[in-house]
Design a protein around this ligand. Structure first.
Ligand code: ZN
Ligand code: ZN
Length: 144
């Protein structure tokens, strides 16, 4: 009964329709001023990212699952700056992928190399989180 109409609610349509349901993320992502820029510190990485506090925090905690050290979130440029020169320029380039975080999203303003690294971290973290929340006793092998 939900065959045809169901397709209308697919969140990944490419008609300019944003999949972001979080108003705070929306306004952060649409703001061209970089005042809402936050910095995710993870291992040696310093990743500039945009999103609302709630979803950036979610992003931080999920990425933090992939490292032994805690991931940190700064709302200002870190004292040492960004060590990667490409990442330093990245906020001024235009194309950045949106990473869906629950009902919100974050945009990572890093160079392509570090973008894909942090996206991988996030996905690894999500798998870890799923594993942790479903419990250690169950041996599901869903990821492969
Ligand atoms: Zn949000
Ligand atoms: Zn970089």
């Amino acid at each position: 009964m939900r065959s045809a109409e169901f397709q209308h609610s697919q969140p990944d349509g490419h008609e300019g329709h944003s999949p972001v349901n979080c108003d705070e993320c929306q306004s952060a992502l649409q703001s061209e001023s970089r005042q809402s820029l936050s910095f995710l510190l993870l291992d040696q990485l310093t990743i500039p990212a945009i999103g609302c506090d709630e979803h950036l925090e979610e992003f931080r905690s999920v990425c933090g699952l992939t490292t032994e050290d805690a991931a940190e979130l700064l709302d200002h440029r870190p004292a040492g700056g960004i060590s990667c020169p490409s990442c330093r320029l990245a906020p001024y380039n235009s194309a950045h992928p949106m990473i869906p975080i629950q009902n919100g999203a974050t945009v990572v303003l890093a160079c392509p190399e570090h973008q894909s690294e942090i996206v991988q971290r996030y996905h690894t973290g999500l798998q870890t989180q799923t594993y942790l929340t479903t419990g250690f006793g169950t041996h599901t092998n869903s990821s492969l």
